[in-house]
Design a protein around this ligand. Structure first.
Ligand SMILES: Nc1ncnc2c1ncn2[C@@H]1O[C@H](COP(=O)(O)OP(=O)(O)OP(=O)(O)O)[C@@H](O)[C@H]1O
Length: 256
């Protein structure tokens, strides 16, 4: 009996589990008349190797959503699954381990350790996980991000943009399954911002890392495979493979 052969050009339906998924996600702050619905019922899935940008007007819940997805904040309702595991059911210790081993963070506060050189800062997550940093990998990341000449410098000897790139290298060195980036190009000039976005895109497409990036910048979002637009804590639009012009038009429509 011959097995059916899939046509090479036919898309194979993907049964793959998303890297991150959320269902009915709600986050409220305060009570009574002071209650704020920061996130108001979000369902979303982030595929393995997919690069998603989250956009929306100021106060629309982007950072709150990202913190919930990364297990850095606890939802009022709903659940988040990371690689199939419902994180609300994890003990603190297990959640911390999952974050350390599977997730990488590029947040606005770079949190570099001032007494460690750039190289030592980048190596830190590997050392904390009891793993040997790969020198070749570190050099490659550093040169791609344009900080190869700065690896022996301490954070106070680096510009804001260079510190940001050290933080990016630190988030990428462990090859985390999911990289969360909050305004990663905020402190960068055009050229280094582009290099960073190329690195994120390469991480997603070549290494199958899932990238979730919050940004206000349509040019940065245009590097992503899709853009999710939040309005008042809800997903209002999704654009797949969007051009810069499409993103600008959509943002104008939602009043940003
Ligand atoms: N700890 C908190 N206590 C009370 N309200 C909060 C808290 N954190 C966020 N909020 C409110 O929740 C809403 C969403 O905030 P969030 O920071 O997620 O928005 P954002 O889209 O990331 O905004 P921005 O683009 O300005 O950074 C806002 O109205 C904000 O004031």
């Amino acid at each position: 009996m011959s097995m059916p052969v899939a046509h090479p050009h036919q898309p194979v339906p993907s049964q793959a589990m998303p890297a991150i998924e959320c269902r009915g996600l709600v986050k409220t702050y305060g009570e009574g008349s002071a209650m704020v619905h920061a996130v108001g019922g979000v369902n979303a899935a982030f595929g393995v190797g997919e690069f998603t940008a989250i956009m929306g007007p100021s106060g629309s819940g982007k950072s709150t959503l990202m913190h919930l997805l990364a297990g850095l904040d606890v939802p009022t309702q709903g659940e988040v699954r990371i690689e199939g595991t419902v994180i609300g059911g994890l003990r603190d210790r297990d959640l911390t381990r999952l974050r350390r081993d599977r997730l990488g963070f590029v947040f606005q506060s770079f949190n570099l350790v001032p007494t460690l050189s750039a190289r030592e800062n980048i190596e830190l997550p590997m050392r904390l996980a009891g793993r040997q940093p790969d020198a070749g990998e570190l050099e490659l990341l550093a040169s791609r991000l344009g900080i190869a000449e700065r690896l022996e410098h301490y954070p106070h000897e680096l510009s804001g943009g260079q510190q940001q790139r050290v933080a990016v290298a630190r988030a990428m060195i462990t090859r985390p399954a999911v990289v969360f980036a909050d305004e990663p190009t905020g402190a960068l000039d055009l050229k280094t911002g582009r290099a960073l976005l190329e690195s994120l895109r390469m991480a997603a497409h070549d290494r199958r890392q899932t990238v979730i990036m919050v940004t206000h910048d349509p040019a940065a979002a245009a590097y992503a495979d899709r853009v999710l637009i939040l309005v008042d804590g809800r997903l209002a639009h999704e654009l797949r493979g969007p051009s810069y012009e499409q993103i600008v038009a959509m943002m104008a429509q939602v009043g940003s």
